[in-house]
Design a protein. Structure first.
Length: 94
C-alpha cells in the first residue's frame, strides 16, 4: 500500500462527484501501514484513531448523511486546518 491516502475526486451513482475525498477503509489501511514501527497497531486501534480524528473535525464527511466514521466505503475529506491544529496541540501539550 502507498504511504499516502488516495485523495481524489470520486463519482457516486453516476451523478454525484465528491471532490478531494478518501474512502474510510483506505484511511484505516493507511493508519495501520503508516504506524511507526510499521504495522504495529491493529485495525481496531486504527479505526478508533480515525473516529477520534472525525470527532476532532480533522476528518469531515463528504456527504451529510454520513454520521460518525466507519471502516467502510463512505467518503471523507481531510480538514487541513484541523489537522495542523491537532498536531500543534499534541506537540504543545505532549
Amino acid at each position: 500500500m502507498s504511504s499516502n491516502v488516495d485523495i481524489r475526486d470520486r463519482r457516486r451513482k453516476l451523478v454525484h462527484v465528491f471532490k478531494q475525498t478518501a474512502v474510510g477503509r483506505e484511511i484505516v489501511d493507511w493508519l495501520v501501514t503508516s504506524a511507526v514501527p510499521a504495522n504495529q497497531i491493529h485495525r481496531r486501534q486504527a479505526v478508533e484513531i480515525a473516529r477520534e480524528m472525525f470527532e476532532m473535525g480533522a476528518l469531515l464527511p463528504a456527504h451529510p448523511s454520513n454520521v460518525g466514521f466507519k471502516d467502510e466505503g463512505d467518503l471523507y475529506r481531510f480538514n487541513k486546518f484541523s489537522l495542523e491544529e491537532s498536531v500543534l496541540v499534541r506537540v504543545v501539550i505532549g
